[in-house]
Design a protein. Structure first.
Length: 564
């Protein structure tokens, strides 16, 4: 990034001369320091740094070299000649180059990640060349106390006599709320005076997409720009924003230049010179289509091992927190709604959970570990739809992204815990020989309880029976397809349950405390089989990594224990 000029040839000659002819004096003296480069006086400072009277490079260097690292000037104008070009990055539309008063490589001022004329992106590598006369507009700093430079966000104001068209910002409009969003002019008027590190409350801004830098389907976000007129004048950057309603981007063609949007999120003036929506924003409206605002649902749970928060409760706790705050260790139960990355190399995974398994009202799990804190060793250890309990500390990253902090672990995955017997909150699973038992430990079984037994071969079913359901005075039982490819089927004397099939046991007046499935031989379902309780219903899922395959659950009889 920083330019270092060394003359390899001169160093080689110097080494050879000093080692071969140590007794021969040099015909002239080499300057001390500066990499062996001749030190040239800076020259006379000129100008006042305004648009009508720009600094020369000498004046800019005199001012900047006196600054401490971390200080930044106001916006200034500096005139000079391009002395070297180190990089033009067309993907970001910026260039790294140097200017000096005489066009030589003496007493240069670096322009770091600068934009083209009028702040437009560079679109070709031949738009500037060494020797061009320029005026650069932007803020300057003394990087690390020893490198004077224009900071990111500068732009060419003049190039070889061609001046940038200064487009007025326009009239600010709106109040920044959902029903009266800011226009871009109003948003820029709010954000531009802010210091680096400050951040707005959540605001709504309406504009037209003027440029798209990147749509990352892998990460589900996009970086793009909006303006009031759809041009690249007076733009506001939307940095890594989400799609409509906070959903992930799944295709690069979901947005295009010219789209009318309302963006919702928090804004900042990045490094004091780049107004932008911070990470975590989302599109609220695109071309007249509005996001469906989904309520978070009722908070449940107390956040402890045996009574985990649901995601709604976790979000209610985390969302009001300031950036930098951290909760105590909590437990949160939900369904995996999206997987961003499983890094076998680092042994962790970044994914999202929600109460209903959709991408609405998600909680991010950032770089979490597997069951018991073990490393992830395979990308298919988790999948969308898995029911999990996550244990760890949470924060509101940058004040706008509720998440489990790094170091969290999966406490439960589809009812299975580190020990392998399985537990989802108070639901436990045991497998002994051909018997599978699912127990809701939160329900008390009376000491004199006698289980109700249902023998499936006595229900009058045949192989073609479509609806496999039983009703008694105490309960109803139904075998269902769920998310599986194939529906459960009766093959005397058992019901065969395939991948992702389920059996639902509902008590008529009492809760289900325990269900015992007596199975046919080793057909006891998949390792990821688990149970879930809600009200007076206990549901058992023959969970699997896909909707077919795995191990069948072949049920002969069902014993049901009731409780309260």
């Amino acid at each position: 990034m920083k330019k270092i000029i060394y003359s390899v040839m001169m160093l080689a000659i110097a080494v050879f001369t000093l080692s071969s002819c140590e007794d021969v004096p040099a015909p002239y003296g080499f300057p001390e320091g500066n990499g062996g480069k001749e030190v040239v006086p800076i020259g006379d400072p000129e100008g006042t740094g305004t648009v009508d009277d720009p600094y020369n490079v000498a004046a800019a260097l005199t001012m900047i070299k006196a600054m401490a690292d971390g200080e930044t000037t106001e916006v200034i104008f500096v005139k000079g000649k391009i002395s070297a070009i180190s990089n033009i990055d067309l993907s970001y539309g910026s260039a790294d180059y140097y200017i000096s008063d005489d066009g030589s490589t003496n007493n240069e001022l670096q322009v770091y990640h600068g934009k083209y004329l009028g702040g437009k992106p560079f679109t070709s590598e031949d738009q500037i060349k060494v020797g061009d006369e320029v005026i650069v507009k932007g803020k300057c700093k003394n990087f690390r106390g020893n490198t004077p430079e224009f900071d990111t966000g500068s732009a060419l104001y003049m190039l070889n006599g061609q001046y940038a068209e200064e487009v007025p910002l326009g009239e600010p409009e709106g109040t920044g709320v959902q029903n009266d969003p800011y226009n871009v002019a109003a948003a820029l008027a709010l954000i531009t005076p802010m210091k680096d590190g400050e951040i707005t409350d959540e605001i709504y801004v309406k504009g037209k997409i003027s440029k798209i830098q990147e749509v990352s389907v892998q990460n589900g976000n996009a970086t793009y720009f909006i303006s009031d007129d759809g041009t690249e004048n007076n733009q506001l950057e939307v940095y890594r924003g989400k799609y409509l309603g906070g959903k992930s981007f799944t295709s690069e063609d979901q947005i295009k230049v010219g789209d009318e949007v309302i963006v919702k999120g928090k804004c900042k003036n990045f490094k004091g010179n780049t107004p932008e929506f911070d990470t975590g924003s989302s599109i609220y409206m695109i071309n007249g289509q509005y996001a469906e605002e989904t309520p978070a649902g009722d908070p449940e749970g107390s956040g402890v091992q045996n009574d985990p928060y649901n995601v709604a409760a976790a979000l209610a706790l985390i969302t009001p927190m300031a950036d930098g705050q951290l909760t105590d260790e909590i437990y949160v139960k939900g369904k995996i709604s999206k997987i961003q990355e499983v890094s076998v190399q680092n042994g962790n995974a970044t994914y999202f959970i929600s109460d209903d398994g959709t991408e609405n009202n998600q909680l991010q799990v950032y770089r979490g570990k597997y069951l018991g804190g073990a490393n992830f060793t395979s990308a298919n250890q988790i999948k969308v739809g898995d029911v999990v309990i996550v244990k760890g500390k949470c924060k509101n990253f940058r004040g706008n992204t509720p998440e489990f902090d790094a170091g969290n672990v999966l406490y439960s995955l589809n009812g299975q815990t580190e020990g392998g017997s399985g537990q989802g909150g108070d639901i436990t699973k045991t497998v002994e020989g051909s018997v599978v038992t699912i127990t809701d430990n939160s329900v008390t079984i009376p000491s004199d309880a006698i289980p109700e037994e249902i023998v499936l071969s006595q229900q009058g079913w045949v192989k073609e029976t479509a609806e496999l359901a039983v009703s008694t005075n105490m309960c109803s039982v139904s075998f269902e397809k769920g998310e599986g490819r194939n529906a459960p089927a009766y093959y005397e004397p058992v019901v065969r349950m395939y991948a992702k099939n389920l059996v639902r046991v509902s008590g008529n007046n009492m809760k289900i405390a325990k269900v015992v499935l007596n199975c046919d031989g080793s057909y006891t379902g998949n390792d990821t089989l688990y149970g879930e309780a809600e009200g007076t219903t206990l549901t058992i899922y023959n969970e699997f990594s896909s909707n077919s395959g795995g191990t069948q659950l072949r049920v002969k009889t069902i014993e049901i224990y009731y409780g309260n």
